[in-house]
Design a protein around this ligand. Structure first.
Ligand code: NAD
Length: 525
């Protein structure tokens, strides 16, 4: 791996530190891609794009299979690197950064050809108008993928793999927070022909240079604040974008929920990856009737969660400070800490970043912990009168990338789920759907737009091109020149046939077409 070991915390501006937040130890350094080389990477990808696009989907899938095999071969390195750089327990690196990527690739290998198969459209109207139409799903060219640090493998593959299957070449800018994982990504992609998938390293400036190169499409996973900047920069080139942004996900615990399941599922949904997940539960709305019992079960579950083995550390200092600020602000404004809190759990030394799973109640909408995404191990519990209030608060207090309903009544879950404004709605589970490659993945409103994963994910990276032809080469078209009287009468008659509300108008139209059509068609070419 092209990461150089270092014994000091000093960082030159042309390098990125690979840091272990569990210990505070700097693992090594990785070189930043000089800004001047970003456009060169895009140019190389653009040169290679027609060749990659010309390979049929099955051929591309065969090459992507080599990448999948490489991932399996390097599984231990991935677990070691991702777990060290993110501070996550090894089982989480396996469950969230290896298995979902393998599943995603195998799924795309199987469905890419079907998702990209040209689709005949207008089968009735087209032939009547003398046209055969189909949609071809053509690649854009070069896709720039800009990704975050929380799942350095899965979120990177999520952003660029469907683009590759769709026939685009990609230039990937992984997060500067996890640069060793970015180097590993480069090695995993080596089985692909040179120029098909390049990795560039660096922070926001390198990402901005990638957007400005420009690319033919940008695939972004990250915060709404950066998403906005990228949308503005992409607008300069009219580059289309797909935006996978943050969430403030809500879980609704209804009066007939299986409370043991809800407590276990919500504890996991809030604290897996130390809560640093776009779709982790940050808000729980519990119907009053069961709130005491739910809270007791949830706190019992949280008290069994082992920091270190089950919940890792926060990944980097900026994130740690946001978590600390949100909890402090909430407490200062009257929230109550039911578990965890600043200073609880493993003590920090040498710059390590442990923050214990924290549960708050008495939270109000003016607290940062409800207003902003925390993206850390903090869960709030809010008691609500009934299902109605739960739905209203879930939709109004924050944005749901995903939202979940916890009830034993399937019909009720469906009814409530339909009213939740979210990119994904789940029943009696939460937080795992980004890893379901068959389901479209994306947000609403502030949590983003466009879709990754599933057939829609592949088509997201295509230009749906309408290809139309006519089998009747010996005939001109009614609306070509010249616009003589017969043409006008025939066009009027066609309007009568199509739009006339009564049968007699249609019959009159038909008569007029028969009487004038041939004359109108004369001299069209
Ligand atoms: P971030 O927005 O700070 O950074 C994301 C990426 O954008 C990084 O690679 C960064 O270097 C790059 N970047 C920063 N400024 C840029 C600029 N001006 N131009 C181009 N690129 C730029 O986000 P983060 O802290 O890495 O990730 C956390 C956020 O990501 C959270 O909001 C989380 O909810 C969100 N997220 C969303 C999803 C999803 O699927 N919707 C998945 C994971 C994370």
């Amino acid at each position: 791996m092209a990461i150089t070991e270092t014994s000091s915390n000093a960082t030159r501006t042309d390098t990125l530190k690979s840091f272990n937040p569990r210990t505070g130890v700097v693992r090594g350094e990785v070189s930043v891609t000089p800004i001047g080389e970003v456009k060169q990477a895009v140019d190389r990808a653009r040169k290679m794009a027609p060749e990659w696009a010309a390979i049929d989907p099955q051929g591309r899938a065969r090459m992507m299979k080599q990448v999948r095999h490489r991932i399996y071969d390097r599984l231990d390195d991935i677990v070691e690197t991702v777990s060290a750089e993110c501070g996550k327990p090894r089982p989480e690196a396996l469950a969230h950064d290896v298995v979902p990527v393998l599943m995603m690739l195998i799924y795309f290998e199987k469905i890419a050809a079907k998702a990209l198969r040209p689709q005949a459209v207008g089968r009735l109207m087209g032939p009547l108008a003398g046209v055969k139409s189909r949609i071809e799903w053509r690649p854009f060219g070069v896709v720039g993928a800009i990704t975050p640090w929380n799942y350095p493998m899965t979120n990177s593959f999520l952003a660029f793999a469907p683009a590759l299957f769709a026939g685009n070449t990609v230039v990937i800018k992984p997060s500067e927070v996890t640069p060793a994982s970015g180097e590993l990504l480069r090695e995993l992609l080596e089985p692909l022909p040179p120029g098909v998938a390049a990795v560039i390293q660096g922070g926001g400036e390198v990402g901005a240079a990638l957007v400005d190169a420009p690319c033919d499409k940008i695939s972004f996973i990250g915060s709404p604040a950066t998403g906005r900047k990228i949308c503005e920069a992409a607008a300069k080139h009219l580059t289309p974008v797909v935006m996978e942004l943050g969430g403030k996900d809500a879980a609704l615990v209804l009066s007939d929920a299986d409370l043991d399941r809800a407590a276990a599922g919500i504890a996991w949904g809030a604290f897996f990856n130390a809560g640093q997940t776009c779709c982790s539960i940050e808000r729980t709305y519990v119907v009053d009737e069961v709130a005491d019992r739910f809270q007791e079960k949830l706190l019992a579950k949280v008290s069994q969660v082992r920091q270190g083995e089950d919940v890792g550390s926060v990944t980097f200092r900026r994130q740690f400070e946001i978590v600390e600020r949100h909890v402090q602000d909430a407490v200062a404004k009257g929230a109550r800490i039911l578990a965890g809190g600043a200073g609880a759990g493993i003590e920090n030394e040498n710059g390590s970043l442990w923050f214990a799973p924290t549960v708050l109640d008495h939270v109000t909408p003016e607290m940062d912990v409800l207003k902003e995404e925390t993206f850390g191990p903090v869960l709030s519990i809010t008691r609500v009168r009934d299902d109605e209030e739960a739905v209203r608060r879930a939709n109004e207090d924050g944005v749901n990338l995903t939202a979940s309903v916890w009830t034993k009544d399937g019909k009720k879950a469906q009814r409530i789920g339909e009213r939740l404004r979210a990119g994904t709605v789940t029943m009696n589970l939460h937080g795992e759907t980004a890893a379901a490659p068959w389901g479209p993945w994306g947000g609403v409103g502030e949590s983003g737009f466009g879709r990754l994963n599933g057939e829609l994910g592949i088509r997201e990276f295509t230009v749906p091109t309408h290809v139309a032809s006519t089998p009747m080469l010996s005939l001109g078209r009614m609306w070509w020149y010249p616009y003589d009287d017969a043409t006008q009468t025939s066009l009027r008659a066609i309007a009568d046939i199509i739009g006339g509300p009564e049968a007699r108008t249609k019959i009159k139209g038909l008569r007029n077409v028969l009487a004038n059509g041939l004359t109108a068609m004369k001299g069209k070419f």
